[in-house]
Design a protein around this ligand. Structure first.
Ligand SMILES: Nc1ncnc2c1ncn2[C@@H]1O[C@H](COP(=O)(O)OP(=O)(O)OP(=O)(O)O)[C@@H](O)[C@H]1O
Ligand SMILES: [Mg+2]
Length: 211
């Protein structure tokens, strides 16, 4: 798809994605702070699923441990949270000239639900593009970290999805690599480096889209 024509006043929509414990929250905090200082603009820091009232409610349902949720229902709930966030928060913020930094987006749904959940690549991509496809991010950064390193950083698993077995976590990790093959716009960042180095690599990519 051709990039959207963009006035320089419109904000930029930046996504950080990757497996549990790869450093998304650490880097999104830092990136949002640096962007506020450098641009003087409001910078929204969002997380998925969540950020809206509906999304936070769905997050609680999705991550709670007590009830079963099938793979298809799970995918639809993640997509619903994303659609609401895009409409309620992201588009209005970008139109006001604010930047948006969001933790997780399509690569997560693809890796967890399509690949690890076994729902199939095409079906999940069609859902995401059709029902949670707009506005599109200006930049999607994949914080790539080997699973073993992420498990060391992460500590004990706590929520319904983190507690799934190692085979599932391996499939999730493979899912991100597969997404990168399918979408050449995904930018891979080596997340094994020290936080300051990861931040410098992010800033370099973000500078390109702020242009
Ligand atoms: N580059 C890094 N090197 C070493 N440790 C790091 C690095 N980045 C983050 N950490 C640490 O790893 C842990 C996980 O980081 P963080 O919470 O940012 O990951 P996350 O991707 O947001 O995880 P989750 O998906 O579970 O929310 C934290 O304890 C954090 O301090
Ligand atoms: Mg986090």
């Amino acid at each position: 798809m051709a990039p959207r024509a963009q006035s320089s006043d419109r904000g930029r929509f930046l996504v950080l994605d990757g497996i549990d414990g790869c450093g998304k929250s650490t880097q999104a905090d830092g990136l949002a702070r640096r962007l506020r200082l450098a641009s003087g603009r409001v910078v929204q820091h969002l997380r998925e699923p969540g950020s809206t009232a509906l999304g936070e409610g769905l997050r609680e349902l999705l991550l709670a441990r007590e009830h079963p949720i099938g793979a298809r229902a799970e995918t639809l709930l993640f997509a619903a949270a994303r659609a609401q966030m895009l409409e309620e928060l992201v588009e209005p913020a970008l139109a006001r000239g604010e930047h948006v930094v969001c933790e997780r987006f399509h690569p997560s749904t693809f890796a967890y639900q399509a690949v690890a959940g076994g729902l199939g690549e095409e079906a999940v991509l069609a859902l995401l593009r059709g029902w949670a496809g707009s506005p599109e991010p200006d930049l999607v950064l994949w914080l790539d970290l080997p699973l073993e390193r992420a498990l060391e950083r992460r500590g004990a698993a706590s929520d319904r999805i983190e507690r799934r077995d190692l085979d599932y976590q391996r499939a999730v990790a493979r899912g991100y690599a597969r997404y990168a093959e399918l979408d050449p716009r995904l930018v891979r960042i080596d997340a094994a480096a020290a936080p300051a180095q990861v931040a410098a690599a992010l800033d370099q990519e973000v500078a390109r889209v702020l242009g």
